[in-house]
Design a protein around this ligand. Structure first.
Ligand code: ADP
Ligand code: MG
Length: 701
């Protein structure tokens, strides 16, 4: 079992690390640090709780700054009350009177849901009445009543298509600005433009660790000589900056002494050790995504079954986006008396959500990040080291209620030499096709000349324009085509998926393709995980189609329908019931959008050829060919010759057809294609002649 080095004592001479159990030896870091905090809540009334938050002391200052400045930048540690309190202060001060609305944006869907439900609870109203939320495919607001709307930043961008100046809103609070999500950055650029036309619109930019000065520089208007310095209509245009000071508790940092082999296993044994040796207090574990979180939960369950004494008293809960509502609530509620809660989370708990009662943090040092290579035109999700700024944020979660401890599953050397100081804004590591369409739909033509908080690379921009041109979404003048380009802009999905839907309307298989699009919009329709792999693979075979995952989705959907949407049927077949319910919901919404934009809803019955053609119409750029004589099933993308493999979750895993296309890539040790379909290469030329012209000789073999 793992051993810990008691901080403050001499370094022990010889300690045995039992690698087989994934044990980790920790040493204390050079320094501990303070994190802001509000003291424990006990059973205080909601009003008392609100008043104890650090932001409360700044209530009047915030309201004054918002009254007198166009833009107010508020920096405050996670948990200080920015998200839940400031919108309420604004309502109390009358910003939502006279039919005006307040918007608060979040980069993550789960945060939008959790935070709006907390605020509704604090205000004593039903979620969806006065306080509501909108995320893609889910609108819990009421046109007549809602005055405070929590939205993802992507949703607010979409609202601009119908109301470019956001005239409904008196204040827009862009929250979590330090995350620098791609939609946040686009939104900031657009809001700056709106302010020129609507100076009365107030902006609040809130963040945990933002470079407040660079954000202020961005919002500071360029000086024109003859104009008086400040003031449009008595409003100061110079952004105000306010820093919310929290009370701090020390967080003691411990680093792994040696690099760990398997951070899932290491995280589990570290939690067990904390449970065995440390006093009460909940544990927050940072892993990277649903797959490794599920794996960790499974290991805990095994441990709890096999070793009751060691692990009794542990309540282990996962936290990631896409988690069903009831499970989300469990995460926020206190553990039963005498139990220790262990929450295993993605980086959603890094700054977006605050869990009370956390005293110990276990940090894997990794997160899933999007990376885009404009040369190969490949974007994939990579498990990559977090930045030092993120590592500090994660550690800070341990110091909210009392002094805490953070166990980093990486060495101090790794922290210092292999983690970057700050993360890179998402816009500089993403494929830009969606971004380009959204800006074009808003009438912004000179995209490179757009006022970005951080400029995207010209190479990535050129690639995006090229892909959109070959999809028939942009014309020779780089304007949206009519109707395809405008229709694609109306569908809130990846443009390749939207294009596939539009093609299906012409091919007469839109009912099937909309089902596929809905299935692609959920994480996975399968239940998987360590320990049940064999059973779930066998279950999958019952539905597997020779054409690949897309047609397999159709088979599962059909079975689910025939079972009258039974949860037992799902359970028996290792199908994720919650995901299927989501698929149904998304499907209905997509049908409505399709009708609105004039697409024909039609089923092709069992003609899978047309279904495949529609998929290719969207995804021809992701075509790959099996390398001859490759024993381990290596493919190369037609463009860029990147080495890729079929993901083990695909029904085509180990089948390895010669020609395939895929929907997305994920990277771990290799680049894996997710959601794979067999193709006939001649269809590529048919679907995108200009795109594949150069590769033509290659295609004929
Ligand atoms: P910030 O935005 O500054 O990070 P928040 O406004 O999100 O802070 O959180 C303020 C406080 O409200 C936190 O101490 C947190 O415990 C509490 N809180 C927020 N959301 C919830 C929730 N869903 N359930 C219970 N408490 C919550
Ligand atoms: Mg917040």
């Amino acid at each position: 079992m793992a051993q810990f080095w008691k901080p403050g004592t001499e370094k022990p001479e010889a300690q045995v690390v039992d690698d087989e159990e994934g044990g980790v030896l920790f040493i204390p870091g050079a320094s501990s640090f303070s994190s802001s905090s509000s003291s424990g809540y006990g059973y205080a009334s909601i009003d008392k709780q609100r008043q104890r938050l650090p932001v409360y002391k700044y209530r009047n200052a915030i309201l004054y700054l918002v009254e007198t400045h166009s833009t107010t930048i508020i920096v405050g540690e996670t948990g200080s009350g920015k998200t839940t309190q400031i919108p309420q202060y604004l309502i109390e001060a009358g910003w939502a009177s006279g039919g005006r609305l307040i918007a608060c944006t979040q980069p993550r869907r789960l945060a939008v849901q959790a935070v709006s439900s907390r605020v509704a609870q604090e205000m004593g109203v039903k979620l969806g009445d006065q306080v509501g939320y909108t995320i893609r495919f889910e609108d819990v607001t009421n046109q007549d009543e809602t005055v405070l709307k929590f939205v993802t930043d992507g949703v607010l961008l979409r609202e601009m298509m119908n109301d470019p100046l956001l005239t409904k809103y008196s204040v827009v609070m862009v929250d979590e600005a330090h995350e620098r999500s791609i939609s946040t950055d686009i939104l900031l650029g657009l809001l700056k433009k709106i302010q020129k036309r609507r100076p009365e619109l107030r902006l609040i930019i809130a963040s945990a660790t933002i470079e407040a000065k660079s954000m202020a520089d961005f919002f500071r208007p360029r000086k024109k000589r003859r104009e008086p310095e400040n003031d449009v209509n008595g409003l100061k245009v110079e952004p105000a900056i306010l820093s919310v000071e929290g009370r701090g508790f020390n967080v003691q940092i411990n680093f792994a002494e040696e690099p760990v082999q398997d951070y899932v296993q290491a995280a589990v044994s570290t939690v067990l050790l904390i449970h065995e040796r440390e006093s009460t207090g909940d544990v927050l574990v940072f892993l990277t995504g649903q797959d490794d979180i599920d794996a960790a939960v499974h290991l805990f369950n095994e441990e709890i079954q096999n070793n009751r004494k060691h692990s009794s008293g542990l309540v282990v809960l996962p936290l990631y986006s896409g988690l069903p509502r009831a499970d989300q609530e469990l995460v926020f509620s206190p553990a039963p008396r005498g139990k220790r809660k262990v929450v295993i989370s993605t980086n959603i708990a890094e700054t977006s959500l605050t869990l009370e009662g956390i005293v110990y943090v276990v940090d894997s040092g990794f997160s899933k990040q999007r990376f885009y290579n404009p040369i190969s035109d490949i974007e994939n999700l990579v498990v990559a080291p977090i930045s030092r700024a993120s590592a500090r944020q994660r550690a800070g979660r341990a110091g909210r209620v009392r002094p805490g401890k953070c166990y980093r599953l990486y060495t101090e050397e790794f922290f210092l030499n292999h983690m970057s100081n700050e993360g890179i804004p998402e816009i500089q590591r993403s494929n830009l096709v969606s971004c380009v369409i959204q800006l074009k739909a808003l009438g912004i033509d000179n995209i490179l000349g757009f006022d970005w908080p951080a400029s995207p690379s010209p190479e990535a921009m050129i690639r995006a324009l090229e892909v959109l041109y070959s999809l028939g979404i942009l014309d020779d003048d780089a304007k949206l085509t009519s109707p395809t380009g405008f229709q694609v802009a109306e569908i809130p999905l990846d443009p390749m998926i939207s294009k596939m839907i539009i093609a299906s309307s012409q091919l007469g298989c839109s009912e099937e393709i909309i089902t596929i699009a809905a299935a692609l919009s959920v994480q996975s329709i399968w239940i998987s995980g360590r320990g049940i792999q064999k059973e779930s693979d066998e279950a999958k075979l019952r539905f597997a189609a020779a054409e690949g995952d897309h047609v397999t989705f159709l088979n599962v959907y059909k079975g689910f329908h025939q079972s009258r949407k039974s949860s037992q049927w799902c359970h028996k077949n290792f199908v994720n019931y919650h995901a299927m319910k989501k698929v149904l919901e998304v499907r209905e919404q997509l049908r409505r959008i399709a009708q609105r934009i004039g697409l024909v809803l039609k089923s092709c019955e069992s003609d899978m050829q047309v279904v495949k053609k529609a998929v290719i119409a969207g995804f021809f750029a992701n075509a790959c060919r099996l390398e001859p004589y490759s024993p381990d099933g290596m493919y190369k993308t037609l463009r860029g010759s990147e080495e890729v493999y079929i993901h083990p979750s695909s029904v085509l895993f180990r089948v390895n057809p010669k020609w395939v296309i895929f929907n997305s890539l994920v990277s771990t040790d290799r680049k894996y294609m997710r959601n794979v379909m067999t193709i006939d290469p001649s269809w590529l030329l048919e679907a995108a002649p200009h795109f594949y012209k150069l590769q033509q000789p290659n295609l004929l073999h």
